[in-house]
Design a protein around this ligand. Structure first.
Ligand SMILES: CC(=O)SCCNC(=O)CCNC(=O)[C@H](O)C(C)(C)COP(=O)(O)OP(=O)(O)OC[C@H]1O[C@@H](n2cnc3c(N)ncnc32)[C@H](O)[C@@H]1OP(=O)(O)O
Ligand SMILES: CC(C)C(=O)C(=O)O
Length: 629
């Protein structure tokens, strides 16, 4: 009998395909490939172990149209991968979670393997914890004593899926079972026969069957088909009472396109296809379980087994949350409630005692966060444009079309917030800092002010070499532009009594009285200004009363402060309300040229006040103060 190890010379001779002059060569211009240190001759290409070709494939032209039938195997495959498998309390917590999310088929354990699994299943049945629209599945090896024990566990259950399996792979036939193909097929059909026999004794239980040619990915697809057909012949499913043929990528061994070809081959060739639910059970050994599952669904599969967040043996089972949310973002109803995914995560982490990665799709701590400048800029603009578009269409923002660069999903749809969307570090640009000031402090900085302030944030980020948190940005902003502001009655500055701020600004506006003349060109202003001397140590702090006249309050103010020795021209001006209602507060931003034409400084100032005019005057003083820092 030939052995899997007979392939060793073929592997050694044929691997390292890039060195084969007959194969198309990758274009490593000016960079010839040389053998690396890695022992690639120890491994063999999948198509040399299990040759398979299916040029009739049609899946590449298909599109996903609807959610498949989902089955969670968290309480079985997920559980068998844990350092400390779940006790009944944790299993029950997980069960309740799965039911609340809307899973209708749940594999609850391997009752013949452990007392905990057996007792848990008994508890679900005896305490009538299985909702009418939920079906439990139980797994067993295709071995007589284990199958008998499985049926025993199901006593009193209304409806269940008995899932039996045996490995069919070339490798396991040789090294585990030491059986030929017929012997392996017989394992499966004997088990199917025993199940049918025990079913007659299992009165009152609506039993359906699931068979898995385990290690399918190491099996010749034609042989897997033969075994599945033989099992189907014994079980005799009908369209009204179908059986599940579950195809496991027990170990992921190929690229997803090969798996999809194999599934399409089974889909087109399985006997009695109308009576069969073609199911997938992908693992993630090569990191492609999601892709493999999605392509295999295009290829004709009807059902998917997996675990929440991809828990499971080794690298995990396929992640049911990612699969479901991938459908959602294509506009397809996933049929599962992911709206509180953060709570789901907490329960799953508690039950599995496995912590999710920061980058885990849709739920990791960083997956809705942009640190880099161009991403932040695009997100900020995208959010704003969407808000404007929804407003123009009179649409509800919560359900309005989601089109935001770099964010494939609205974090709110999975129970998150926009809080972490933008975080600032040395890789960030002005957009990130501007977004945080706008979102958290209602300050909508004009573009050139963003550029100016960003240099300060960037310097801080480079110096500290760490993330610049919102509170850091706010402190830097107040320090730079609002060094003499008191919180007064301005809620926007409620935290301005910040001991860490060194109040360095020289001038502070204490009051302004504006009188408009008959024409706008003769506005008169009287102001009271505190001069604390900074940075001139010889100037004693004192209060000055000044007056000026001009074409509107700003011009009159500029005229009034000229006696302080400052020449100001206002180049640009913007203002907005920070809040609405009677106690509204306004922010003003002015870009000033300070100094005469021979030595001008172009600099921004910011003012916040309950009076919009006063806020603009404060903004001018803010700019003046900054030139003296
Ligand atoms: C890919 C998957 O996830 S499959 C599910 C795997 N899950 C588990 O194994 C978790 C629970 N399993 C267990 O607790 C145990 O394995 C049990 C209780 C099921 C069986 O335990 P044991 O009988 O002690 O032995 P063990 O698991 O080592 O079984 C090995 C024997 O079963 C045979 N065997 C393994 N799988 C199968 C199968 N599907 N069908 C028939 N025989 C099988 C092996 O050939 C081997 O036979 P041998 O003893 O004659 O050499
Ligand atoms: C029993 C089967 C479906 C399995 O868990 C696997 O092959 O991974």
């Amino acid at each position: 009998m030939s052995s899997v190890f007979d392939l060793a010379p073929i592997a050694a001779a044929s691997n390292g395909g890039n060195n084969d002059p007959h194969l198309p060569q990758p274009r490593f211009v000016g960079m010839p490939q040389r053998p690396s240190k890695m022992p690639y001759e120890k491994y063999i290409a999948y198509d040399k172990q299990v040759p398979f070709s299916y040029p009739q494939r049609t899946w590449p032209d298909k599109k996903l149209q609807r959610a498949p039938r989902w089955c969670s195997v968290d309480l079985r495959d997920g559980n068998q991968s844990l350092v400390n498998p779940m006790d009944s309390a944790r299993k029950l917590r997980f069960w309740n979670l799965l039911v609340s999310m809307g899973y209708k088929e749940i594999e609850v354990g391997f009752p013949s393997a452990s007392e905990t699994d057996y007792d848990f299943i008994r508890m679900l049945i005896e305490r009538q914890l299985i909702p009418d629209d939920v079906t439990i599945a139980v797994l067993t090896q295709a071995r007589e004593h284990l199958i008998r024990k499985t049926y025993e566990a199901l006593r009193g259950c209304k409806r269940a899926i008995v899932h039996f399996y045996n490995s069919t792979s070339v490798l396991q036939r040789e090294v585990v079972f030491r059986k030929d193909k017929d012997g392996i097929k017989q394992l499966a059909t004997d088990a199917a026969r025993l199940c049918k026999e025990l079913e007659t004794e299992a009165e009152g239980i609506d039993i359906s069957y699931e068979y898995s040619p385990e290690s399918f990915t190491g099996t010749e697809p034609e042989f897997a088909l033969e075994v599945c057909d033989a099992v189907v012949d014994v079980i005799q499913p009908t369209a009204e009472h179908p059986m599940i043929i579950n195809i496991p990528a027990t170990v992921e061994m190929t690229t997803p396109n090969v798996f999809a070809d194999q599934i399409e081959f089974l889909h087109k060739n399985l006997k009695n296809r109308d009576a069969i639910v073609l199911s997938l059970h992908p693992h993630n050994d090569e990191g492609m379980a999601i892709a493999a599952t999605e392509l295999a669904l295009l290829a004709g599969a009807d059902r998917v087994e997996g675990c929440l967040f991809g828990n499971g043996e080794r690298t995990g089972n396929v992640d049911l949350c990612t699969l479901g949310l991938n459908l959602l973002v294509q506009g397809i109803d996933p049929q599962i409630d992911f709206s509180n995914l953060h709570e789901v995560r907490k329960i799953v982490e508690y039950c599995n005692q496995v912590v999710l990665s920061e980058r885990h799709p849709y739920i990791g701590n960083f997956v809705f966060t942009a640190f880099s400048g161009s991403h932040q800029d695009a997100i900020k603009k995208g959010m704003e444009a969407r808000e404007v578009a929804a407003g123009l269409q009179g649409a509800d923002l919560d359900t309005f079309l989601w089109q935001v660069p770099y964010l494939p999903i609205d974090p709110k749809d999975v129970g998150g917030s926009y809080e972490a969307v933008i975080r600032v570090n040395s890789q960030s640009g002005k957009g990130g800092m501007a977004y945080l000031l706008k979102t958290n402090h209602n300050l909508d900085l004009p573009k050139r002010l963003q550029i100016e302030f960003d240099k300060i944030v960037q310097k801080y980020a480079d110096e500290t070499k760490r993330e610049v948190k919102d509170e850091d940005i706010w402190r830097l902003f107040k320090d730079e532009y609002l060094p003499v502001e008191e919180s007064g009655n301005h809620p926007a500055l409620a935290d301005s009594h910040d001991d860490s701020l060194n109040r360095w600004g020289r001038f502070r506006l204490l009051g302004a009285n504006i009188m408009s003349g008959e024409s706008s060109s003769d506005t008169v202003i009287k102001i009271k200004i505190e001069d604390n001397g900074f940075p001139h140590e010889d100037v004693e702090p004192h209060v000055q009363e000044l007056s000026g006249i001009g074409n509107g309050p700003i011009a009159a103010f500029v005229n009034a402060i000229s006696v302080l020795g400052v020449t100001v021209s206002v180049l640009d001006y913007a203002e907005h309300a920070l809040s609405s209602g009677g106690d509204a507060v306004a922010a003003s931003y002015v870009e000033c040229q300070i100094g005469d034409d021979s030595n001008p400084q172009i600099i921004w100032g910011v003012g916040i006040d309950s009076s919009i005019t006063t806020s603009s005057l404060k903004a001018i003083l803010s700019a003046v103060n900054r030139t003296m820092r």
